[in-house]
Ligand binder design. Structure first.
Ligand code: NA7
Length: 538
């Protein structure tokens, strides 16, 4: 992996664009901007490419979108040559893929690694941004694109005594690069979200004892992962373009086939058959079992009951099964996709502790104390999630017109136009920002759509001799209202989730992603067709 070096464009260098982040988004954007003839530099805090897949190295980390879809489609040769080994790829394979992409398109020469951005300030008179790194290097750029990822700022709750813990502490979202061995160790894990659900079965196999501290049980469906048959892969590749197109026409931008029927119109036997078939198929497509699953509480409850029954069938101890059974809405938090999660609680070396009825009071040097009792362990895993979607953007000191900070503008929650731009911050783009489908879609598909929209926009401005694009406050207000209306028509706002920011104390409760990839793409196209409607160009 390349190491940090002060590069020649820093300290006064002028660029067309600075891109923050070298994950899927920053990498493809760099490629497209270069192709459009722009000088661009990517600033990346990690020592390598990969973003999410660079940091989330915890055992069992895996994508919940199938490999054949969770990959770039922009280059035919790339999508034909890369061979995936499993239906759902594990983190190391996705990271290898992204390193391959970096080599293939010679991206590294325009990426500064181990470079954390501290500030991005807009100079109104010059219509340029100055981006300053924590090392103090400054870049002057006409455009800044925040390709900082939706789940890139980890959330570590302020547990009293955390610093006093004498053993090793890990966060799933910032896992060490060296392999971590839990053999013979007593391990405690806090959290039962997606990351925990993936890592618990693996850690349980290694550890002497694993204690799982659960505040809220989660719905999870087996991933039904396995090796990807080369014949299946070849068949997909033979009509890749067509399949990708079909995927992008679906609500989540990938192959989640939605049954058009209402769960309430089906007979109990039909419903059972549908749920069983979805369970056997595995993973997120379970959400497509009925058209009203995400809209009607009664319909949702039928699917919820099916999963609850499965949990009771799998988990032998009825008390443990009851604790693992969610009472919330299926899909309201991101549905988890697992390999042997519920089965893990049948192991004699795994204990489940409910920290909803007795919250964690403090971390002790050799374990933790809940309001009920103390537990001992040698290593602590925090699977406590992320300050999602806005966390990383707000940690950077971003100042737009008149020196207004993004933090001030977003004090009551993020406000964007199309999740791509925000009023008062000209020539600043966000990749998969709040108000875009982002985390409610196949991220790679959403990323490609945003990259292509931004690259086309910048080329369009240049061709017309324009220097500046900025969302109007009116277009932004209308978009924010629309995003909320769409969310309010669903069951998503009915539970606490990181989609709503409710996992981070003090964060405004606002539903951040936009539901409906195809409608969103149409809107973005229409905005362009109408001469960048909702934007002020100069
Ligand atoms: P999540 O889904 O936000 O899960 C975090 C977990 O940590 C969740 O079970 C939380 O319980 C728990 N948590 C957080 N704070 C506390 C405190 N203070 N006490 C006890 N438990 C706590 O993050 P993940 O990393 O698992 O997944 C994020 C996304 O990454 C996922 O949706 C996929 O898209 C990939 P809570 O539910 O808040 O009660």
């Amino acid at each position: 992996m390349p190491t940090a070096k002060r590069d020649s464009v820093a300290s006064g260098g002028r660029l067309d664009a600075v891109v923050v982040g070298a994950g899927f988004a920053g990498m493809y954007l760099l490629h497209r901007l270069r192709r459009a003839g722009l000088s661009a530099r990517v600033l990346e805090q990690g020592s390598g490419v990969g973003g999410t897949w660079f940091w989330n190295r915890y055992p069992g980390a895996r994508c919940d979108v199938e490999s054949m879809e969770y990959s770039f489609k922009f280059d035919e040769a790339l999508q034909q040559e890369w061979v995936w080994s499993e239906r759902y790829s594990e983190q190391p394979e996705i990271l290898r893929y992204l390193n391959h992409v970096a080599d293939r398109f010679d991206l590294r020469r325009d990426i500064s690694f181990e470079t954390r951005v501290a500030k991005a300030h807009f100079d109104d008179a010059k219509s340029r941004w100055t981006v300053t790194t924590e090392r103090g290097d400054a870049y002057s750029a006409q455009y800044v694109v925040m390709a900082t990822g939706c789940l890139s700022s980890t959330n570590t709750p302020k547990f009293p005594g955390l610093d006093s813990f004498a053993g090793r502490v890990f966060h799933t979202g910032k896992w060490p690069h060296e392999p971590v061995d839990f053999t013979g160790r007593r391990v405690g894990i806090i959290g039962t979200g997606s990351s925990a659900i993936q890592t618990i079965p693996i850690v349980a196999e290694q550890a002497r004892h694993l204690t799982v501290f659960q505040r809220t049980p989660n719905f999870s469906v087996p991933a039904q992962n396995g090796p990807l048959d080369p014949k299946v892969q070849a068949r997909i590749k033979a009509r890749y373009g067509e399949l990708r197109r079909l995927g992008s026409q679906m609500p989540f931008g990938f192959d989640v086939q939605f049954n058009e029927k209402s769960a309430l119109d089906a007979t109990p036997a039909e419903r059972r058959a549908e749920f069983e078939q979805r369970w056997a198929h595995g993973g997120l497509p379970f959400l497509g079992c009925y058209s009203d699953l995400l809209y009607d509480k009664a319909a949702n409850e039928l699917a919820a009951d099916f999963i609850r029954e499965k949990i009771r069938e799998i988990v032998k101890d009825p008390k443990v099964a009851a604790l693992l059974t969610p009472d919330s809405v299926v899909g309201c938090k991101r549905l988890c996709s697992d390999t042997g999660y519920f089965e893990t609680f049948n192991r004699s070396n795994v204990t489940l502790v409910d920290v909803r009825s007795a919250p964690i009071a403090e971390i002790l040097p050799r374990g933790l104390r809940t309001e009920r009792q103390s537990y001992e362990f040698d290593d602590l895993i925090l699977a406590t999630g992320f300050d999602a979607m806005t966390g990383t953007l707000l940690r950077i000191d971003i100042r737009g017109v008149g020196g207004a900070t993004l933090g001030e503008r977003w004090a009551e929650g993020p406000k964007t136009y199309l999740g791509l731009t925000t009023a008062g911050f000209p020539n600043l783009f966000m990749m998969t920002g709040p108000g875009s489908p982002s985390v409610l879609s196949n991220m790679v598909v959403s990323i490609e759509q945003h990259v292509e929209w931004i690259a086309e926009c910048v080329a369009n401005l240049r061709a017309r001799g324009l220097e500046r694009i900025e969302a109007t406050p009116e277009a932004q207000a209308a978009w924010v209202e629309h995003v909320n209306e769409v969310a309010d028509s669903t069951l998503y706002p009915r539970c606490n989730s990181w989609y709503l920011g409710s996992n981070v104390p003090g964060k405004p409760r606002v539903f951040m992603p936009y539901l409906g990839f195809p409608a969103y793409v149409e809107k973005c196209k229409q905005v362009v067709a109408d001469g960048y409607q909702g934007f002020r160009l100069a």
